[in-house]
Write a protein that binds this ligand. Structure first.
Ligand SMILES: *Cc1c(COP(=O)(O)O)cnc(C)c1O
Length: 379
């Protein structure tokens, strides 16, 4: 039996009756886009996060772009983020009209390194005509682990920068006891099916503690309308539909339980995997990791991945090519400093199977296969 790396279908089957009932309710209502289910989901999700408002949009990429535009980021602005993230993060910054400035990571958490962030801000501030005026930070809580929000919030205030959190992989993660998504001026979420809170199609949301930002985002997601058929600003179409909102409401009720299941799998991996060629992920003090991915590190990563594939264990690399080295971006994005840790991580990281419904026998089998890996004959 093959063990998949992720299995969004299992999340549907687990809550099948409630999801089927929610879908039937929407189908019979005759109202399919931006209606009572979206309103209710936005309220419930905002309450869950402990923020003022949530605004449903079409996907996580739009959520970043519209969060940036709603907070006032646009052309001529430099926006600081990382190169080891979903391409969406950087694509959204460019869609908002700004210039992404990529900063190296802390290799322990794979999130933006605060010292290097400050260094990049200073370099940009010294050459604003070339790089854009420093305006915002997009902090990505990669793999379910919060970025160092204590330092990042402090840096954003001291340099008068906006802070947007990319929470696409971190629904329910906490920093100092508080859920991520409530630290920045705005934050973005994706409900892509494999995410910790996943729809059965595309979906996303912006969360914010600022009513003005929320109302701008609501306008931007629907043609910039201030009134029906009257656009006050140039907007777009990025709406969440009622079907996705209705089933997200079901899944939101089980999000903490699903994250606990991920944490328990991670704990089993951490306790069971013992191999000198394999390094385990860490959880920084004060951080509550929700293990969107369980990412190990091996210098002989490709050999480990091949060994696991032979044993029927599905794995993935998130992400094999840092954004600044991809054809669409290479040589085009300004680099203010080398991205050494980012590049070194990309060649060594491997995401093991993890999803809430992964059976414990499968978890044990993965542990045994990793521990039994002999690199070309010598362990
Ligand atoms: C998934 C993801 C996105 C993009 O979300 P989509 O819904 O696929 O547009 C953005 N940032 C990160 C970190 C992601 O993992």
């Amino acid at each position: 039996m093959k063990i998949p790396q992720a299995d969004p279908g299992a999340g549907y089957l687990r809550h099948r009756a409630a999801i089927d009932e929610a879908i039937r309710r929407v189908l019979e209502s005759g109202w399919y886009i931006l209606g009572p289910e979206v309103d209710a989901f936005e309220r419930e999700f905002a309450d869950y996060l402990g923020v003022e408002a949530a605004v449903g949009v079409a996907n996580g990429t739009d959520a970043i772009e519209l969060a940036l535009r709603a907070t006032g980021v646009g052309s001529g602005h430099a926006v600081f983020t990382v190169s080891n993230t979903a391409v969406a993060t950087v694509a959204a910054i460019e869609s908002a009209g700004a210039v992404p400035i990529l900063v190296d990571i802390d290799p322990r958490t794979y999130t933006i390194d605060p010292d290097r962030l400050e260094d990049a801000i200073r370099r940009c501030a010294a050459a604003p005509s070339e790089l854009g005026r420093p305006r915002a930070i997009v902090a990505v809580h990669l793999f379910g682990h919060p970025a160092d929000l204590e330092r990042i919030v402090e840096i954003s205030r001291r340099h008068d920068l906006l802070l947007v959190e990319d929470c696409a992989q971190a629904h329910g993660a906490r920093f100092d006891g508080k859920r991520v998504g409530g630290f920045g001026n705005a934050s973005s979420f994706s409900f892509y099916p494999t995410k910790n809170l996943g729809a059965l199609g595309d979906g996303g949301a912006i969360a914010t503690g600022d009513e003005t930002i929320a109302s701008r985002a609501r306008s931007l997601r629907q043609y910039g309308w201030v009134d029906r058929y009257v656009s006050g600003v140039p907007g777009t179409n990025s709406r969440l539909d009622e079907l996705q909102a209705a089933l997200l409401r079901v899944k939101l009720r089980h999000l903490d339980e699903a994250n606990d299941a991920r944490r328990s799998i991670a704990a089993t991996y951490a306790a069971g995997i013992r191999h000198e060629g394999v390094r385990l992920p860490t959880e920084a003090r004060g951080s509550h990791h929700v293990y969107h991915q369980f990412v190990v590190r091996a210098t002989a990563r490709d050999a480990l991945q091949a060994h696991l594939a032979d044993a029927g264990v599905g794995t993935a690399v998130h992400y094999p090519v840092p954004i600044h080295l991809q054809p669409a971006y290479r040589g085009r994005l300004p680099l203010v400093a080398p991205l050494t840790e980012t590049e070194s991580a990309a060649s060594e990281i491997l995401s093991l199977p993890i999803f809430p419904e992964l059976p414990s026998e499968s978890v044990q089998r993965v542990v045994a296969q990793v521990n039994g890996w002999t690199r070309g004959g010598h362990a």
